[in-house]
Design a protein around this ligand. Structure first.
Ligand SMILES: [Zn+2]
Ligand SMILES: [Zn+2]
Length: 388
């Protein structure tokens, strides 16, 4: 089966939606205009149910198939939010909101899922119900978690859930996926090291907090290099070092460190959390200072269920024929993980070709990817709930 002809026909219309979202990007949960437009279009398509305000600004549409003999329900998810970046694409439909841009292609994801919703509402060639999920705040706000916590899965009876993300560097029209962990867990930590400030020419009267912090930073490197099995993925990065001294000749009283932890395995995640605390407090104590650590768990590991991944691969192959079914996992994190923790499903990458990377000011979603993405979304519904 080639890319569904209907999506080739619909391409100008879906592209228009995508570019409209691109011109009007919104951040985190503040996706009011986008969510309203999504809800209006879903109603226009004749969705059987359109519910707004789930997980604050999330939107859900329900489409009934021609029949519903087996009580099957498949969820499809797209994200709607943009990033705090100054756009530098030079396109004529560029962001009109200074400092905000669709630099992760969520405009494309939303438009592709709208295209699939329109097609599914037109054809209804399946047995069961399709639930289209448009989430806010993927970029750090946990909008997916909010929708799950709002009871979305039970309320709409979702049994399986599927998500997609475009990816620069993968050829246009190529899909990439793997069973198991595909995106990392992202945690963050903040450390406060307290010594004894004073005159920099009298270090013996002080406890030099910058030296203590430097030892901690170096010792933290042993978590990845010595502590974790080399066959397992882990990142521990200290990204911010801030002292309360701005002078050349004042030893600070306090140094604050901030950083991120990426892991692919819950046991490794537990280990890293424990070791960061032990290394910080132990090193500080050894050098006469004190350290406290605030460790915050963020998005969990994005885990593709084996069986659902096989179905996702089959549909991707039927759509494009170009499928990498054992792609390398990425150390980035994805809020869709909360939905995959609530229901089995799969998350797939769709090639965006040779463009700037996501989160870069010159990045842009390639509209030529739309027929592939919309076909995959719709294909998941038709193949997982074949018409009776
Ligand atoms: Zn992003
Ligand atoms: Zn994204």
């Amino acid at each position: 089966m080639p890319v569904k002809n209907r999506f080739a026909e619909m391409l100008p219309e879906i592209t228009e939606w995508r570019r409209d979202f691109h011109t009007h990007p919104e951040l985190l949960f503040e996706v009011h205009r986008t969510a309203a437009r999504v809800a209006d279009l879903l109603r226009e398509f004749g969705c059987d149910e359109v519910v707004t305000g789930i997980g604050r600004t999330g939107v859900v549409g329900v489409i009934h198939g021609k029949t519903d003999t087996a009580g099957r329900v498949i969820g499809l998810r797209a994200d709607m939010d943009a990033l705090p970046i100054n756009e530098q694409t030079g396109v004529d439909y560029a962001s009109t909101t200074p400092g905000v841009m669709h630099a992760c292609g969520h405009d494309g994801h939303t438009a592709m899922l709208l295209g699939a919703a329109k097609y599914l509402a037109e054809t209804r060639n399946f047995d069961g119900r399709a639930v289209v999920i448009f989430q806010p705040a993927e970029e750090g706000g946990g909008g997916g978690r909010e929708m799950v916590n709002d009871g979305m899965m039970d309320r709409f009876g979702v049994q399986e859930v599927y998500g997609m993300h475009n990816m620069p560097g993968i050829p246009l029209g190529t899909f990439a996926i793997r069973p198991g962990a595909i995106m990392a867990a992202a945690d963050q930590f903040e450390m406060t090291v307290t010594g004894k400030g004073g005159h920099a020419a009298k270090p013996h009267d002080c406890i030099d907090t910058t030296v203590v912090a430097a030892h901690i930073i170096v010792a933290l490197q042993t978590i990845a290099s010595r502590g974790v099995d080399p066959m397992k993925q882990v990142v521990v990065s200290v990204c911010t070092v801030q002292t309360d001294s701005t002078a050349h000749n004042v030893i600070p009283q306090v140094v604050k460190l901030k950083g991120t932890v990426r892991t692919m395995d819950p046991a490794v995640q537990d280990y890293v959390e424990q070791r960061i605390s032990e290394i910080a407090t132990g090193t500080a104590t050894a050098l006469g200072a004190k350290a406290t650590v605030d460790y915050q768990r963020g998005y969990p590991v994005t885990v593709n269920a084996d069986e659902n991944t096989r179905h996702a691969v089959e549909v991707a192959k039927s759509v494009s024929g170009q499928v990498d079914d054992n792609t390398a996992p990425l150390m980035g994190a994805e809020d869709f993980s909360f939905m995959l923790n609530a229901r089995p499903g799969a998350y797939i990458f769709l090639g965006n070709g040779d463009t700037a990377m996501v989160h870069h000011p010159a990045y842009n979603f390639d509209d030529n990817a739309i027929p592939f993405g919309s076909s995959w979304y719709a294909g998941m519904v038709e193949s997982r709930m074949p018409a009776a």
